[in-house]
Design a protein around this ligand. Sequence first.
Ligand code: NAD
Length: 280
Amino acid sequence: MTIRIYQDATAIITGAATGIGKALAIELANRGCTVVLTDRQITLAEETAAEIVANNGKAWARELDVSDYQTFQAVVDETVAETGRLDYMFNNAGISIGGFVDDYEVGDWNTMIDVNLRGVTNGVQACYRLMVAQGFGHIVNTASMAGLVPASSQIAYTTTKFAVSGLSQALRVEAEMKGVRVSAICPGAIDTPLLTGGVYGRLPEGVTQEKAARYWAKLKPMPAADFAAETLNQVAKNVPIIIIPGWWRGMYWVYRLSWKQWFKSSKKDLGRVMRLTQRK
Ligand code: NAD
């Protein structure tokens, strides 16, 4: 058996109630994939699953906090019992607790790590052995541009996303030998609730949703549906590091070629964020 792209495949998506996860679920279903939408926001995930079914797709929703390994494993086992296979695991759930490090409490670090990093390691642990036994499968971890280029105004976020990008790149080598694919998605700015804090995240102190929206508007956030369609095209080609919108690749190259140049532009960006928070 081999991986299916995407007709008659099975996919689990975490953080599928809103934003990128929701858009991926709809696009996967449109391409003939059975989709299991998981999220803490179960009512929203159920609404999207119902919409998919109403449009002749195959989907259901399950409540899942990605930091809870036991439930994660149960969702994977149930999915495989139901469909006989697992082609895709999209470890997508993520949050952003903004703020400078001197404003941070230890609980903020722990929550960021629990969701953004432990959520991904739990997802890998819950599906990898099964995919190796199948001899196929694709783990798609949502990192960020901040997982490739440090974002000095989002230090905890950068910490977790570098870990996700490192995990994905390193695992790809071992996984390939066992017939399993691994990719890291590194979005630039995508138009989702995360940009204005999200339900489980927080903007830096002093930054209102309006200010945050204005800050991101300059970077022209991509609609989530367009992002999902382009992402799935690249996942189908087994691209290792998926950077969308494509113009953000330039930033990655600047960082790799000139640390000094990155440092200079990072300082400028940090200054902009400090002005937003009215901090010196
Ligand atoms: P979003 O806030 O719309 O979606 C995040 C989803 O994750 C929400 O539905 C939320 O309920 C869910 N979630 C949060 N904590 C959870 C938990 N503990 N368990 C299960 N689900 C949980 O934001 P989004 O932009 O769609 O984010 C999706 C992913 O993309 C995240 O990993 C985020 O870091 C990443 N990302 C987004 C952008 C962007 O510009 N929007 C850029 C880079 C990376």
